[in-house]
Design a protein around this ligand. Structure first.
Ligand code: AMP
Length: 210
């Protein structure tokens, strides 16, 4: 059976990383996360400045920088779950020139829920697991339930950066979602539902497109 090629889209804190991790385990493909690639290269100087300057403000990093990172990350892969990319029309066009997709899954959450999730989100600095101080508090305050690592707030989970990220999504990424919907490759899922129910639905969608 051929490896799946999936894009996961959604507003900030829709659960893209967590659902992507589930999919890569189940379908045995690589997880390519544009946010993680950019954070790994946060201090690298490019013709457009350093990624960290954009990330900290909650702005999208310029297309040429992200495109190049994703191009080299997927170059030798048969299958992948591409998480957080594309986020602009230019990125979507670039991706179309690189590969074909089996399906685009859109994790749909309202702006209010996204903001609430982002402001309470904590990330483990060792394993990358996330939790929420109110909705999903860790057993030991400040410690990751999965590995015991320290939980910290991401630099861009501040109120100002969160506002910008939500605006960037509405202005630049929603048109990409609409375009995939028109092309008939998009499947939307209500991602405000309980995690396991959403994960089941996402897996069924990807299974159905193979
Ligand atoms: P994420 O981890 O997906 O929430 O992304 C964190 C930050 O990385 C975003 O707010 C952007 O600054 C940057 N970023 C991630 N993916 C992209 C992308 N596809 N295009 C531009 N910037 C991105």
């Amino acid at each position: 059976m051929t490896a799946v090629r999936v894009v996961i889209m959604g507003p900030p804190a829709a659960g893209k990383r967590r659902h992507s991790r589930r999919l890569v385990e189940h379908f045995d493909v690589e997880h390519v996360e544009s946010g993680a690639l950019l954070r790994e290269n946060r201090d690298v100087s490019t013709a457009h400045g350093r990624p960290c300057d954009y990330i900290e403000r909650g702005e999208l990093v310029p297309d040429p920088v992200v495109n190049e990172l994703v191009r080299s990350a997927i170059a030798d892969l048969d299958g992948f779950v591409l998480d957080g990319y594309p986020r602009t029309r230019e990125q979507a066009e670039f991706l179309a020139g690189l590969t074909t997709l089996d399906v685009v899954v859109f994790l749909d959450v309202s702006t209010e829920v996204a903001v609430e999730r982002l402001l309470g989100r904590r990330v483990c600095d060792r394993c990358g697991s996330t939790c929420h101080v109110t909705f999903e508090p860790p057993t030991t305050p400040g410690r990751c339930d999965d590995c015991g690592g320290a939980l910290t707030r991401r630099d861009d989970d501040t109120p100002e950066a969160v506002r910008t990220r939500v605006t960037e999504f509405r202005e630049k990424t929603e048109p990409v979602v609409d375009s995939y919907r028109r092309q008939g490759v998009l499947e939307a899922v209500d991602a405000e539902d309980e995690f396991e129910a959403v994960a089941d639905r996402v897996r069924e969608i990807v299974d159905g497109c193979r």
